[in-house]
Design a protein around this ligand. Structure first.
Ligand code: NAD
Length: 527
C-alpha cells in the first residue's frame, strides 16, 4: 500500500464519520500532508462537527510530532515501511493527554466500523506478528532490553499471544424471544481502555490485550513498563502501521514516547479513560482497584506445585523442570515452590536432576544463593536476578554447571523466603510433607489468596478434586507443566492478563466489554 492509498483509506474512515475529502476542503489534516511528494488528503471539518475538528487537530499534531520523534525504533527494521509509519505517528505521542484524546477520537470513528472491519483488523495484527522474523526480532529485543527471560521461550509466548488470543468470535450475543418480542444482550465497548503492562511479558501482553480490547470495540492507551519501553513502543507502532494499511481509524492503539509512573498516573486519572487494566505486581493492581473506575487487576502469583505418592514421578519431574524454567520463570503462572510427599521425594529429585535440575545441597552455598538473589531485607527478589537463567546464577556462586541446566533445586523448610516470596527466577525450593492432605493445606497457605495458579501431579482423582476446590486458583493444572494453563500444550485460548483479584480470570475480548440489553417490543419473535 503506498502513501496515497493510505491517505485515501484514512480519508474514507473520516468520511464515514461525517468529515469529507476533496479539493474544496478547508483544512489540510492528512497524516501525510508533511510529505511534499504526496497530494495531501484534505479533510473538510464541518464547523458544527466538533469531532471532525478534533480529528483534524490531532492528526496535524501527530504529523508535527513525527518529525521530531527520535526515540521510537524504526519498524522498517523488520519489514514495515517507514512511509506508513509516518502516516499516523504510529500512535505514539509526546504527552499522555494527547495519546488519550487521540484514542478517544479514534474510538468514536471505530464505533462506526462494522464487525467485519474489526475482524479484518484483528486478522491483520495476527498476520503481521505471526511472521517468524517478526516474532524473533521482538523476542530478541525484549530479552536484550529487559535483561530478562530467554529468547527461545519468548518466541513461543509471543506466538501464542498472536495466534491463540480470541478475537470477535468471543462476543456471542444472547437472545431471548417470546410473545413480548425479542431481547438481545450484547457485548459492547467500554470506550478508551488504559492498559498498564509489565516488563516480564512486554510484547505478549500488548499483542494479547490489543487483540482482545480492539475485538470488543475499544481503543487502547498503553502504559508500558519503562524498562521495556523500546520493544513495547515497537509493538504498538507495528500494530498501528498494520491497521493503517488496512484503512482503520488512526490511533486505535496509542501510548507515550516516555512511559513513566507519572504518565501511568495521568492515564489512571483521565476522565476519558473508561476502564483500567493493570497487569503487574500488587502495587499497581491495588491502585487501579481503588481508582473509582471499572478496573481489571491481573496481579502476582506464587504458584505451588504438589506431587503425591500416586503421581507418575518421571513425568512429573520433567514437567516441573520445564514449567519452572520456561522463560527463566518469568510467567506469573510458573512453578514457584514444590511440595512433595516425603515417600516419593527422593525419586522425584532423582528424575528432576536427569531433566536439567541442579541440586544445591550445601547449606553454605544455599546461604550464598540467598544473599545473592534476594533483596536486602529478604522480602523479595534482587531485581538484578529476576528472569536470569540457572547457569548464569550458578556462575555467580562460582559453580560451573552443565550448559543444559534449567533450574536450581534446593530443599528447605516452608518458611524460607524462596518459598514465601515470588522470585521470578528458575530457583525451585522443595519442601517435604508427610502426606497429600498436608501438601494441599500448605499449598493453600503459600498461594496466599492470590487466586492465581496451582499445579498438582497425582492420579488420585479425589485429591486432585479436593485441591482444585479448596485452593480456588484461576488456573489449576493437573499432570502437566504450568504453561499448559496458558494454552501451551494444554487445551484452551491464551491470555497474558490473568485477573485473579477482580475475577475475570483468563481475560479475553468479552472481559473488555459491557453487557447491554436491546429490547424490541411485540415484534421480531418468529416462533
Ligand atoms: P510491576 O508491578 O513492577 O509493573 C507493572 C506495571 O505497573 C508497569 O507498567 C509499571 O510501570 C507500573 N507500575 C508499577 N507500580 C506502579 C505505581 N506505583 N504507580 C504507577 N505505575 C506503576 O510488575 P513487573 O515487574 O513489570 O511484572 C511482574 C509482576 O507482574 C509479577 O508480580 C507478576 O506476577 C505480575 N504479572 C501478573 C500477570 C497476570 O496476568 N496476573 C501477568 C504478568 C505479570
Amino acid at each position: 500500500m503506498n502513501d496515497l492509498e493510505i491517505s485515501q483509506a484514512v480519508a474514507n474512515i473520516l468520511g464515514k464519520y461525517g468529515a469529507t475529502t476533496g479539493s474544496s476542503a478547508t483544512s489540510s489534516a492528512s497524516p501525510t500532508s508533511a510529505n511534499a511528494d504526496v497530494a495531501p488528503v484534505q479533510v473538510k471539518a464541518e464547523p458544527e462537527d466538533p469531532i471532525a475538528k478534533m480529528v483534524a487537530q490531532i492528526l496535524s499534531e501527530t504529523t508535527a510530532q513525527s518529525a521530531s520523534r527520535a526515540t521510537v525504533p524504526a519498524p522498517a527494521s523488520i519489514g514495515f515501511s517507514a512511509s506508513a509509519a509516518d502516516a499516523s505517528n504510529n500512535g505514539i505521542f509526546s504527552h499522555m493527554d494527547r495519546a488519550i484524546e487521540a484514542a478517544h477520537i479514534a474510538q468514536r470513528q471505530y464505533s462506526l466500523c462494522s464487525m467485519a472491519d474489526r475482524a479484518s483488523f484483528i486478522k491483520g495484527i495476527r498476520d503481521a506478528f505471526s511472521q517468524q522474523p517478526v516474532l524473533e526480532q521482538l523476542s530478541r529485543m525484549a530479552v536484550e532490553e529487559t535483561g530478562m527471560g530467554n529468547f527461545h521461550d519468548k518466541v513461543i509466548k509471543n506466538r501464542v499471544a498472536v495466534l491463540q488470543t480470541p478475537g470477535v468470535e468471543d462476543l456471542v450475543t444472547q437472545a431471548c424471544s417470546g410473545d413480548s418480542g425479542l431481547t438481545l444482550v450484547e457485548y459492547s465497548a467500554y470506550g478508551v481502555i488504559g492498559s498498564i503492562t509489565p516488563t516480564t511479558n512486554p510484547t505478549e501482553t500488548i499483542i494479547c490485550n490489543a487483540i482482545g480490547m480492539l475485538a470488543a470495540g475499544n481503543c487502547v492507551v498503553f502504559s508500558p513498563h519503562p524498562r521495556s519501553k523500546q520493544v513495547s513502543l515497537l509493538a504498538i507502532a507495528m500494530i498501528n502501521q498494520k491497521l493503517a494499511e488496512l484503512g482503520a481509524p488512526a490511533n486505535l492503539v496509542t501510548t507515550v514516547e516516555q512511559p513513566s509512573i507519572d504518565s501511568t498516573n495521568q492515564l489512571m486519572k483521565h476522565p476519558k479513560v473508561r476502564m483500567l487494566v493493570a497487569t503487574g505486581g500488587p502495587a499497581i493492581v491495588n491502585t487501579v482497584m481503588s481508582s473509582g473506575k471499572k478496573a481489571i487487576g491481573a496481579g502476582a502469583g506464587n504458584p505451588p506445585v504438589v506431587v503425591d505418592e500416586t503421581a507418575n514421578i518421571e513425568k512429573a519431574a520433567k514437567d516441573i523442570v520445564n514449567g519452572c524454567s520456561f522463560d527463566n520463570n518469568m510467567p506469573c503462572v510458573a512453578e514457584k515452590e514444590l511440595l512433595v510427599v516425603d515417600q516419593v521425594a527422593d525419586f522425584l529429585i532423582h528424575y528432576m536432576k536427569k531433566n536439567g535440575a541442579y541440586l544445591l545441597s550445601d547449606r553454605a552455598q544455599i546461604q550464598k544463593l540467598q544473599d545473592l538473589v534476594l533483596n536486602e531485607k529478604a522480602t523479595g527478589p534482587n531485581t538484578a536476578f529476576v528472569g536470569k537463567g540457572a547457569v548464569y546464577i550458578l556462575e555467580k556462586l562460582n559453580i560451573s554447571a552443565p550448559a543444559d541446566t534449567k533450574i536450581i533445586l534446593l530443599e528447605t523448610d516452608k518458611t524460607h523466603p524462596f518459598v514465601v516470596h515470588e522470585l521470578m527466577m528458575p530457583i525451585l525450593p522443595l519442601v517435604r510433607v508427610d502426606n497429600v492432605d498436608a501438601a494441599i493445606d500448605l499449598a493453600i497457605e503459600l498461594e496466599q489468596g492470590n487466586r492465581h495458579t496451582a499445579i498438582m501431579h497425582s492420579t488420585n482423582v479425589e485429591k486432585l478434586t479436593k485441591m482444585a476446590k479448596l485452593i480456588q486458583t484461576t488456573i489449576f493444572v493437573k499432570n502437566g507443566p504450568s504453561y499448559a494453563g496458558l494454552g501451551v500444550g494444554g487445551e484452551g485460548y491464551t491470555t497474558f492478563t490473568i485477573a485473579g483479584p477482580t475475577g475475570e480470570g483468563l481475560t479475553s475480548a468479552k472481559s473488555f466489554a459491557r453487557m447491554r440489553r436491546c429490547v424490541m417490543v411485540e415484534s421480531l419473535n418468529i416462533r
